[in-house]
Design a protein around this ligand. Structure first.
Ligand SMILES: *[C@@H]1O[C@H](CO)[C@@H](O)[C@H](O)[C@H]1NC(C)=O
Ligand SMILES: *[C@@H]1O[C@H](CO)[C@@H](O)[C@H](O)[C@H]1NC(C)=O
Ligand SMILES: *[C@@H]1O[C@H](CO)[C@@H](O)[C@H](O)[C@H]1NC(C)=O
Ligand SMILES: *[C@@H]1O[C@H](CO)[C@@H](O)[C@H](O)[C@H]1NC(C)=O
Length: 451
């Protein structure tokens, strides 16, 4: 191995020149797009990186069971919220018999329909099943709130038309704010009413009925579904366990937040219980990351949109319209998230290990890198950096993968950069240990993987 190494030095000049030619920048913010794809429908990652700025087409297949918690005893018609987890809905059913604390109103999604909060101490858990494949627009990040994680939908999707004046303490505790929706009451905080009503109006008018609702994330995943009676089959309504109605139960300020699910492990990165319940169409993504916007002003850790002008958002709004009007959400789109998984699995530990300076000498580091790259090297042509990088990249991207589209470009670019860093460090014999470690540290910082 070492012998082979020494023979390499004569190729250094060649290799260095070749690399310089291929220093394309790839997709703008490719690292963030890659991480957004990796985080789709994975609650633990989304709660750590709550500010989504990307919009995906998604399908919920026919026959998936959903829940709705309410004080209402009869099946829902028209627009309402749906939860994937019964525990998520139970919280709302339990609280439907009493007034919400101001702090709960901030994050509460579900309408409250009991006129007199003390008249009843129980609520109802509704169960429904999707009656067809639901066509949804998935908003990534913690897109059902709270706070800043709603910025992308409020600014881009809803064009700055959502009231922003609800803050804990600033509201009117206990006061219902209901709006008429096709002859029925829709409850919940005013901003959430406005989002739901506007989304469904856009679905019908602007998007010509091609979208059935929005898929968002809060404590768990939820759907704003525009037409319950058309899109769901009713399964059952059960009365929930009576709750103490003193207003002093476990849901008080500082207590358990609504929407948290007891008993479900949320620590796993592979939080894929949703895989068959919501299918994301990675062929169709619109992301604010790829427009010419500075989403990290003053080097903020999370993307922000508040300083962006309305005019700058128009191209993104048009791209979302066009995505919806020109495509059916695909159930068989290539799964780019799976590729991000194998890329992170294969490289995260190695990258970090080099970046943290685990190697005493360049020789030791290169031996390690060569072991990792050996499958991609043809030793008759070992100076061929293009071939090594190409083969390294192809190993993790199946031939069947589409070669265009945002997800494809971002994932390919990230993998290309990793393979390039490995290959370059292995082949460039003029590089010293410090430079090699710096290169890896820079890459690790750029990738910002959530591990
Ligand atoms: C690098 O650039 C050369 C010349 O433009 C091109 O032929 C080659 O395919 C590129 N290689 C990679 C890995 O992008
Ligand atoms: C967005 O809001 C602006 C300002 O109110 C308005 O001029 C524009 O027409 C709106 N765009 C859409 C697509 O509704
Ligand atoms: C709620 O509980 C707290 C502490 O247990 C108590 O101090 C307070 O008086 C109670 N409030 C009501 C309305 O019962
Ligand atoms: C950046 O920081 C400066 C100084 O604190 C502040 O005035 C400015 O508003 C910040 N920019 C944005 C876009 O937040």
């Amino acid at each position: 191995m070492c012998l082979w190494f020494h023979s390499l030095s004569i190729w250094t000049a060649l290799v260095t020149i070749s690399f310089a030619q291929n220093s394309t920048d790839g997709v703008r913010n490719a690292n963030h797009v890659f991480n957004a794809i990796h985080a789709v429908m994975r609650h633990p990652i989304l709660s750590e990186y709550p500010n989504g700025v990307s919009f995906f087409l998604a399908t919920v297949p026919k026959g998936i069971q959903f829940y709705h918690g309410t004080g209402e005893e009869h099946p829902v018609t028209g627009l309402e919220w749906l939860a994937f987890e019964p525990e998520h809905s139970l919280g709302f059913a339990h609280r439907s018999g009493r007034r919400l604390e101001p702090s709960e109103r901030e994050t509460s999604q579900k309408p409250l329909q009991k006129e007199d909060p003390l008249a009843s101490t129980h609520g109802y858990l509704h169960t429904y099943v999707s009656a067809k494949d639901l066509r949804l627009l998935y908003l990534d990040g913690m897109s059902a709130g709270p706070m800043r994680s709603l910025e992308a939908q409020d600014r881009i999707l809803f064009n700055d038309s959502i009231p922003q004046n609800e803050r804990p303490g600033g509201g009117r505790p206990g006061q219902r704010s209901e709006v008429e929706q096709r002859g029925k009451k829709l409850g919940g905080p005013p901003s959430e009413q406005a989002r739901a009503l506007q989304a469904c109006q856009m679905a019908e008018e602007k998007w010509a009925g091609r979208i059935d609702g929005l898929l968002r994330t809060e404590g768990d995943f939820e759907i704003i579904l525009c037409n319950f009676e058309r899109d769901l089959d009713f399964v059952r309504i059960s009365e929930t366990k009576p709750q103490k109605s003193s207003g002093n139960d476990s849901h008080g300020p500082g207590g358990k937040k609504p929407g948290r699910m007891p008993g479900r492990a949320v620590t796993s990165r592979y939080d894929d219980v949703r895989g068959h319940q919501a299918i994301i169409d990675f062929d169709h993504v619109v992301s604010a990351y790829t427009y010419n916007l500075d989403l990290f002003p003053n080097n903020t850790k999370l993307p922000q949109l508040s300083h962006i002008t309305p005019e700058e958002l128009i191209p993104i709004q048009l791209a979302i319209d066009s995505m919806i009007l020109n495509n059916e959400p695909s159930r068989s789109a290539f799964n780019w998230q799976a590729v991000t998984d194998v890329v992170i699995d294969r490289y995260s530990v190695q990258l970090r290990s080099v970046a943290e300076g685990d190697f005493q000498s360049l020789v030791a580091l290169r031996e390690k890198l060569e072991t990792s790259l050996e499958p991609f090297i043809d030793y008759r042509d070992y100076q061929n950096s293009y071939a090594i990088i190409d083969s390294c990249q192809r190993q993790l991207i199946p031939q069947s993968a589409p070669d265009s589209g945002l997800a494809s470009e971002a994932v390919r670019y990230i993998l290309h950069r990793i393979c390039t860093t490995f290959t370059y460090t292995l082949l460039d014999s003029q590089m010293d240990l410090e430079t090699a470690v710096e290169g890896f540290a820079e890459l690790v910082s750029y990738l910002s993987w959530i591990e």
